[in-house]
Write a protein that binds this ligand. Structure first.
Ligand SMILES: C=C1C[C@]23C[C@@]1(O)CC[C@H]2[C@@]12CC[C@H](O)[C@@](C)(C(=O)O1)[C@H]2[C@@H]3C(=O)O
Ligand SMILES: O=C(O)CCC(=O)C(=O)O
Ligand SMILES: [Fe+2]
Length: 346
């Protein structure tokens, strides 16, 4: 695995730093140790030699490129995204804005079949491309979670992947399209949006503002256009070079809670500064709505330094809190146990 140098090297214009990269063709136990280390240190890593067929990706890519090329009124037939469907610039229900348009889909095939009727003239073909991408993304996500379970010495090897394999899993697929920067001026920003963007993303145009993903694990593919940035534990934002031959993996809030804070959900954002359109396919592996989330027993010790950090809650309860908050809010903090030893530790 290539790990970032301890202190990023500053070049003339950019921060150059290595992204932790895991070659999935390596054998165990080395593989599970590498994945665990990257998840602990960064909550983020790149996977290569992942075995996902190029066809599953390119088939969906072709479908969604065709969709986003349609005139706005046609795309709006699939919206608004509340929460599922087509969205443009609005992210979530609380006023977050970004320089993007997107499709947000639940992974349930019945809901995909219904939504596809509003997205494509050939809904059967569209839903088949979505379903096969989701099936592939789910497999890879579960493989990574099983490796993490092994690295963490969990007694139930499927304690993490079982939540995503569950038929009731609340996993999602988000397809983001960031228009090329030269077109952005036509979209018509108001002053408050520009100030908001500036405070959240520095000088560039923010496509998708800073946040952590709420679910268990995120699997992200993008075309060959830059934009994704992650926040290192010291607060430094670094660009992630695009690589359509790889996937990027992000620890979500639920995995942070399940591992009692040992793995940390990574804060990230996507900038929309490229003259080329950026496309990302983002699979969010999530538990069923009624699943209870509480730190796994192996990761809790009755005494410091690892007392229970989070109270038990259901994924449904977490989602309710999440939809009441802004994109950049640290929603997991609401579920922290404020014991005296935790207060000292934090
Ligand atoms: C502002 C919001 C959009 C979001 C729901 C939320 O209230 C806070 C979390 C947001 C997020 C970020 C990651 C995913 O893209 C997403 C689908 C998710 O599960 O949480 C979005 C939500 C959304 O766009 O509905
Ligand atoms: O498009 C990207 O690279 C990031 C998107 C993202 O963070 C999200 O959809 O949650
Ligand atoms: Fe995200």
């Amino acid at each position: 695995m290539v790990m970032p140098s301890p202190s990023p090297i500053r070049t003339k214009k950019t921060w150059a730093v290595g992204i932790p990269t895991v070659d999935l063709s390596l054998g165990r136990p080395e593989l599970s140790e590498l994945i665990l280390r990257a998840s602990e240190e960064y909550g983020f890593f790149k996977v290569t030699n992942h075995g996902v067929s190029q066809r599953a990706v390119s088939r969906l890519e072709e479908e969604v490129v065709e969709f986003f090329a349609k005139p706005a009124p046609e795309k709006q037939r699939a919206g608004p995204a509340s929460p599922f469907g087509y969205g443009c610039k609005n992210i979530g229900p609380n006023g977050d804005m970004g320089e993007l348009e997107y499709l947000l889909l639940h992974s349930d095939p019945i809901s995909i079949a219904e939504r596809s009727k509003t997205i494509c003239g050939d809904p059967g073909n569209f839903s088949s491309a979505v379903n096969s991408y989701i099936a592939t993304a789910r497999e890879l996500t579960c493989e990574i979670l099983d490796l993490l379970a092994e690295g963490l010495w969990l007694s139930d090897k499927y304690a993490l992947s079982g939540l995503i394999r569950d038929r009731q899993s609340d996993s999602l697929l988000r397809i983001n399209h960031y228009p090329p920067a030269k077109d952005v001026k036509n979209i018509g920003w108001d002053l408050s949006t520009r100030l908001d963007q500036h405070s959240r993303g520095g000088n560039g145009r923010v496509g998708f503002g800073e946040h952590s993903d709420p679910q268990i694990l995120t699997l992200l593919w993008s075309n060959d256009v830059e934009g994704l940035q992650i926040c290192l534990p010291d607060g430094l934002w670094i660009p992630v070079p695009p690589d359509p031959n790889a996937f990027y993996v992000m620890v979500g809030d639920m995995l942070q809670a399940l591992t009692n804070g040992r793995l940390k959900s990574v804060r990230h954002r996507a900038m929309a500064n490229s003259p080329k359109p950026r496309l990302s396919l983002v699979y969010f592996g999530a538990p069923p709505v009624n699943a209870w989330i509480s730190p796994l027993p192996e990761l809790v010790s009755p005494r410091a330094p690892t007392p229970t950090l989070y109270r038990p809650f259901t994924w449904g309860e977490y989602k309710k809190a999440m939809y009441s908050l802004r994109l950049s809010d640290s929603r997991l903090d609401l579920f922290k146990i404020q014991s005296s030893s935790n207060k000292i530790a934090s």
